[in-house]
Design a protein. Structure first.
Lengths: 39, 537
């Protein structure tokens, strides 16, 4: 069973959103602590 | 083999389903190194987990041997601390979590009617990070200064004082985190996009539901752990002072960040277990799961509450009274959705036509013994009581009851439930039942006396103790050796089943008529599970 173009698009979109959330939490957390440290 | 689901084939997708025919496993080592098939990767996760279970278990054997009687007998105190730290890290990140990911890999595509996971190459990468991470972690035993010895929580400033093992530990934790995050992304993307037509979210099996919620927990908290250990790393090597009071930092902040990860992590290790129990009990009670929808809402409630209870790990560390009361009450609140679950499982058993095959025995064992761990958790949740129990063996007894006859029994139940489906062979049921009964007896001999030791005042994480604690420590150690040796039966049962045995039918548990898509395909399943999506009505 091949995946449809639409299904691939949805898979790509949800993967990118989840990866962005992970990176945002990781760098956001460190950035927040840095900001709090210097202010 | 993964060509059928290869995203690089987008351009062809609109045309025809063209490349199913030549699919099949590669031969030799390539099958495993370059695996993109969910079943192969699931198998590798489960084998890895079993190996780590024995590695972590052997550390526990040395710990219990040293604690068999007071005084120092076998190991020096520094090595003892290394063992307690590494035992926890190996069991949490190497045994329990990979076992659940292995089960997810095997069962989620089968249960939702998908041909494979949505992101098969990332799946391969997720797995193959783990052997490297754990080689790195375990090799710290051989570097100057030995392995990390500050506890799996890695609190600064103690953690910052370790030698060569420190950066190796941090890198290993990062690798495990990356692996878990990629695994979680794969699970969510698969469940949201690859379900068979007609399988609405509420129609999904409970194991899939609990894994979906677990994956969201992983996405939310693994980057927090990674952030915390990155800050530890920069404190150690780049002279930042996130957690260094002398530089204006705050070591307490680490504890808050760690436990903001740590408490949801506890539920990451138990929610999939809840899903497994919700699959096994209805099959062997021959009744639909009682309160199915409420089970899903209860799981989601537990996941939500897991984010607002972290302070209960830090009651004695100094916190405003209002915060202590908030964390106490929010923690006690978790008993409500957990109670809903235990009630529903019991109600499913009520007037069911019960039979007690090995998976059912493990499920019922889970129900009783996980509840013991849950109740001692309620005791620990109360601030004034926790002032007494904190840092004692009572805590050790509590979390081992939740994790061993809780998570580990659920994993064993799942293996015994689905192994005939995976291999096409039935295992030796007498051997499996013997494994259950000996495990149950020994796990209680091992951990129940630790409640008494803790209440009597024995601190945790110590290699030596006052003589009045000797008797129960001896009992506990005997239970430990028994439990450890009993697990050899588990390995034998699995190996025998993989090598051959009475053939299993597609339904496996014929007279119990189990419910779910995985039972509609042959045992063992074809290399690509559902090449045509099944219709769900």
């Amino acid at each position: 069973m091949s995946r449809s173009r639409e299904q691939n698009r949805r898979i790509r979109k949800s993967t990118i959103v989840l990866a962005a959330v992970v990176l945002a939490i990781y760098f956001g957390y460190i950035a927040l602590k840095l900001y709090r440290h210097f202010h | 083999m993964a060509h059928a689901i290869d995203t690089a084939h987008d351009a062809h997708d609109a045309h025809v389903a063209h490349d199913d025919a030549h699919d099949g496993p590669a031969t030799g080592i390539k099958r495993w190194l370059f695996a993109t098939n969910h079943k192969d990767i699931g198998t590798m996760y489960l084998v890895f987990s079993l190996i780590m279970f024995f590695v972590g278990g052997s550390m526990a054997m040395v710990i219990r041997a040293e604690l068999f009687e007071p005084g120092m007998q076998l190991v020096d105190p520094a090595f003892f601390n290394q063992l307690t730290t590494m035992h926890a890290l190996v069991m949490i990140f190497g045994a329990v979590m990979p076992a659940f990911v292995g089960l997810a890999n095997w069962m989620i595509p089968l249960q939702i009617g998908a041909p494979d996971m949505a992101l098969p190459r990332m799946n391969n990468f997720s797995f193959w990070l783990l052997p490297f991470a754990f080689t790195l972690l375990l090799s710290t035993f051989f570097v100057p200064g030995g392995a990390p010895a500050g506890g799996w929580t890695m609190y600064p400033p103690l953690m910052l004082q370790f030698g060569d093992s420190f950066p190796m530990l941090i890198f290993a934790i990062h690798l495990m985190g990356v692996s878990s995050i990629m695994g979680a992304i794969n699970v969510i993307v698969t469940i949201l996009n690859m379900r068979a037509p007609g399988m609405t979210l509420l129609k999904m099996p409970l194991f899939v539901w609990t894994w979906l919620i677990t994956a969201y927990l992983l996405i939310a908290v693994m980057p927090v752990l990674a952030g915390a250990v990155t800050m530890l790393l920069t404190d150690h090597f780049f002279h930042t002072s996130f957690f260094n009071a002398a530089g204006g930092g705050d070591p307490m902040m680490y504890e808050h960040i760690f436990w903001f990860f740590g408490h949801p992590e506890v539920y990451i290790m138990i929610l999939p277990a809840f899903g497994i129990i919700s699959e096994i009990i209805p099959t062997f009670a021959r009744k639909p799961l009682f309160g199915r929808t409420s089970m899903i809402y209860a799981t989601a409630s537990i996941a939500f509450l897991s984010f607002i209870v972290w302070g209960h790990h830090m009651f004695v560390d100094g916190m405003p009274m209002a915060a202590e009361i908030f964390f106490m009450l929010s923690t006690l609140l978790i008993a409500v959705p957990t109670g809903v679950k235990v009630f529903n499982w019991t109600a499913t058993l009520w007037r069911g036509s019960l039979s007690f095959e090995a998976p059912m025995l493990f499920a019922i064992g889970f129900l009783f013994m996980f509840s013991i761990g849950g109740f001692s958790g309620l005791m620990l949740a109360m601030v004034p009581a926790d002032f007494q129990y904190n840092q004692s063996y009572f805590v050790v007894a509590h979390f081992h009851y939740v994790l061993v006859p809780g998570s580990v029994f659920a994993i064993m139940g799942a293996i015994y439930y689905w192994l005939p489906k995976w291999t096409g062979n039935m295992y030796n049921m007498t051997l499996a039942k013997t494994h259950f009964w000996l495990s149950t007896i020994f796990v209680n001999v091992l951990f129940f006396p630790q409640h008494f030791l803790g209440l009597a005042g024995m601190p945790r994480r110590i290699p030596d103790y006052a003589v009045q604690f000797t008797d129960w420590n001896m009992v506990s150690s005997i239970g430990g050796f028994g439990f450890g040796l009993t697990q050899i039966l588990f390995a034998i049962a699995i190996i025998q089943c993989v090598r051959g045995g009475r053939k299993a039918t597609a339904k496996v548990w014929n007279d119990a008529a189990p419910n779910g898509l995985e039972w509609t395909i042959p045992s063992p399943p074809p290399y690509h599970s559902f090449t045509t999506a099944p219709e769900i009505h």
